[in-house]
Design a protein around this ligand. Structure first.
Ligand SMILES: *Cc1c(COP(=O)(O)O)cnc(C)c1O
Length: 397
């Protein structure tokens, strides 16, 4: 068997260089630990960017996928399939929303949400110049549509012109949102908890204010729950803790716990008056393998009481992180909800801390310019949190 540098060299020879990857070749995982090809172990507080909620090597999950592989992997959307029906029912039930469209990624879920919102508005007034209000420092994906609503000039600049009709407002600033509303506004899109931008939870009065504004003007509220959804904040979807329901919600990341799958979910009002046959499609979206994963994820969340576990352990995680903020001058604040937490770093590059943590056997991710992000598998224990804090302390001191 080769060592890690041989694999890294081979990958760099052939894979388009769009990522500055850490010099680690991961091989396998068990629970909340990963192992690289050299046999080094890592405590994983990144979960493949908030994906592997159930941890690695969950037998029931793996068996469900294996069994589906032996039945059928793909059928196309010209026909029904069993896991599709089951997964959609569970997602509808847990969200209290009305209709699901499965995609292959988060970005595609955003694309679908944008199309559904535009179609809804088009059905209403027949205009073709509708606008969407998005937030500064947001992240919604890298395709042209999703990038157009991503409030990050650096990501957007080389790829202009992007999709038109997008206006940006400041997250958690209701007046700035109101200032962007016109008679053409069809939707307001935001992450309930901003992830890539630096772990900023929406303020309750902001989210409620945006909701009120949307209701008043029949503007659709699109909540991007791709990162903060699926139990991460201590409820299936973060908005459920705010009591503010979206018209359209996007999901992905932990929805399939490792199998690529996303979804956009519509409430009844939007489902009844937006996309119809011919308006939207996908070859793979809703395929039996991905849906078998989604379906099993919901079952395991219930069986293992994942949401309750997140709620129970959140105060402990927060207390540990707050302790680090108190102890180290380079950490100035903690922000977050549930198992989606960030520590703000000052006077030291975050990348250096993340890299040193990795060397020390701890995986954490950066977010925004100055935040260490913690998005562990949702099955972490108190001991895992202690170990994380100890490993991070070794890096910080
Ligand atoms: C990751 C992410 C996306 C994009 O999802 P992909 O599966 O990478 O396409 C969109 N929105 C948010 C909030 C995300 O965290």
């Amino acid at each position: 068997m080769w060592n890690s540098s041989a694999y890294m060299e081979l990958a760099e020879q052939n894979v388009l260089h769009t990522y500055n990857r850490f010099p680690v070749v991961l091989k396998k995982g068990e629970g909340v630990y990963l192992e690289d090809v050299d046999g080094k172990k890592y405590l994983d507080f990144g979960a493949g960017i908030a994906v592997f909620a159930l941890g690695y090597g969950n037998k029931a999950y793996n068996d469900a996928l294996k069994s589906q592989i032996d039945k059928i992997i793909h059928t196309s959307n010209l026909y029904y399939n069993v896991p599709l029906a089951e997964a959609a029912e569970k997602l509808v039930q847990k969200s209290g929303m009305s209709k699901v469209f499965f995609t292959n990624s988060g970005t595609e879920a955003i694309e679908g949400a944008i199309k559904a919102a535009r179609k809804y508005a088009y059905n209403k007034d027949g205009r073709t110049d509708h606008e969407i209000i998005a937030m500064n420092h947001s992240f919604h994906g890298r395709s042209v549509g999703a990038l157009s609503v991503t409030g990050n000039a650096h990501y957007q600049e080389p790829f202009k012109p992007l999709m038109g009709g997008v206006r940006f407002a400041d997250f958690n600033d209701l007046e700035s949102v109101k200032a962007q509303v016109t008679d053409r506004t069809c939707a307001i899109i935001l992450e309930t908890v901003q992830g890539e931008g630096g772990i900023y939870p929406a303020k309750p009065e902001f989210l409620q204010g945006v909701k009120n504004l949307c209701e008043e003007k029949d503007i659709l509220l699109i909540l991007d729950e791709i990162q903060c959804g699926m139990g991460r904040t201590g409820s299936y979807f973060a908005w459920q803790q705010y009591g503010v329901a979206p018209d359209i919600m996007t999901c992905a990341k932990a929805l399939g716990c490792g199998v690529p799958v996303g979804a956009f979910v519509l409430n009844e009002k939007t489902a009844k008056a937006s996309l119809v046959p011919g308006d939207h499609g996908t070859t793979y979206g809703g395929n039996p393998l991905a849906c078998a994963a989604v379906s099993k994820v919901f079952d395991l969340f219930e069986e293992k009481k994942i949401i309750e576990h997140v709620r129970e352990l959140t105060p402990y995680l927060e207390q540990k992180l707050d302790g680090l903020v108190e102890k180290y001058d380079c950490l100035t604040a903690r922000r977050g909800m549930g198992f989606m937490q960030g520590l703000v770093v000052a006077g030291r590059p975050v990348s250096e801390i993340v890299k040193k943590a990795l060397d020390n056997g701890l995986i954490v991710i950066s977010a925004g310019a100055d935040v260490i992000r913690f998005v562990p598998p949702l099955i972490i224990t108190r001991e895992n949190i202690d170990e994380m804090a100890a490993k991070l302390e070794q890096v910080l001191s």
